[in-house]
Write a protein that binds this ligand. Sequence first.
Ligand code: N01
Length: 533
Amino acid sequence: MIVGGGLAGLYAIHRLRKLGLKVRAYEAGSGIGGTWFWNRYPGARCDVESLEYSYSFDEQLQQDWKWPERYGTQPEILKYINHVADRFDLRRDVQLDTRIKSAVFESKANEWVVKTESGEEIRARYCVMAAGNLSTPRVPDFKGLQDFKGKWYHSGLWPHEGVDFGGLKVGVIGTGSSGVQMIPIIAQQASHLTVFQRTANFSLPARNGPMEAERERQHKAEYAARRAAAAETPFAIGGYPRPTQSALEAAQAERDAAYESKWQEGGSISYLYAYTDLLVNKASNDTASEFVRNKIRGMVKDQRTAELLAPKDHPIGTKRLCLDTHYYETYNRPNVSLVDVRFDAIQEITETGLRLASGAEHELDALVFATGFDAMTGALREIDVRTTDGAALREHWEGGPLTYLGLMVSSFPNMFVVTGPGSPGVKTQMIASIEQHVNWIADAIEHLGKHQLDRIEPTPRAESEWVHHVNQVADSTLYPLANSWYMGANIPGKPRVFMPYVGGFDRYKKRCDEVAAEGYEGFTLSRHETVAA
Ligand code: N01
């Protein structure tokens, strides 16, 4: 059984069916698509280029599909996902409108017993958690929200019929990737838009545009080689030359020319890949951060607003680097204002708007929460995952998520996690990571079958060594300097642990392959009759 009918769950159906297994996915939404089903806010689009952000498992699929723009919009990506589901006949194994409530591993039966919110019970040998990393939307616990007379929305729970902000006084709380994408569009519709910013975020121009025919032709001619080359990079995204030099080895003029060329090219990987050490050396990073701050100062006319928008509390790239289309320029519009809620926090939502700690009131007709998600662990923590041997996932992860390779959790046999904490997923081209994980899981299940085995779980030792390694790698970078969702910092009370593996997709994939080749080193493989005996 598979939890989730997004990009991961759908590929898992396809791949596991090929093993001859009976497979079924359970999806909370009323449609397939996961992230791309839910996040329908104005301007929602992927910040990885379309020719990269797509499945690679079928050559004809990647040849046939035509992406109209450099970066896919949410409707276009959802259309693509639906096309894939029909093309590979996946839909018949997805049960929609079904939220999973609990999952209990019955040790004697060697089965997962999974219950849905409506009381349905599913029994399965293997449970694949493909529930997403950014799938648990979070509305901060502001006092008074229930009294607000206008309408309010969260970016990740957007109404399917769309929202008309025409003529309204709109407030947007949050300036992460979602906020940065929606703000320029809402500004064009609203009579006034007030953006409530707690942390200024770095954003680079996406330079979106129609897909260039020649670029597409060339990319498709080399698709397989390009996918293979992408797998040899830290972000699983190809096409960018590997940097060879520290930022500090270049003279300032040379450096600025390099940053300028990346700025003109558009895209975040390109910029962060300008030098070898932008994410590990603070002095190097300062040069890249300052370049962008100066760009902001150049784009935003009001210098007080520009300084507020210029991030100073974290190195560039240590929070997810945003891509935008006219984000900073939007603050030059007469109908847009920026309010700093770091120093004057939101105290409460009122019937007519919101009130800050200073007592300042903002009148609003509509309020948008672009306030993010309970990232990486939220979806699994919402399910009561236990075993009859007494393990409970919520307790196991009390101090932060523990996994071996981000793929499995000790004491929870036969439960796989797709792109979970401890894996590089969220730091990569996500579909590449999904395919790598699902392929690894399918190979592991196939291996068990071939050897008349039916149970796999990581040893506690392999798990704790991997978690130690994940932390060590993170500590050798600048990432822990930011209060990011990677650190659980956006959720009050969540343990501050750096969750993704930032050693790179290339190294990680090699390690996963080695572990499998060495007979699943660090895992205990068994036949449950033997265990029971
Ligand atoms: O969420 P976020 P997101 N009071 O957590 C603020 C992916 N994604 O939905 O930084 C006031 O990044 C919070 O402030 P702070 C992508 O991986 C991709 O934007 O915590 N403000 C922050 O500004 C991304 O990283 C795409 O101080 C509050 C914002 O809300 C991830 O999803 C598009 C607050 C939340 O930012 C999440 O992005 C969209 C409070 N109480 C998303 N609580 C693309 O591919 C939170 N905030 C383009």
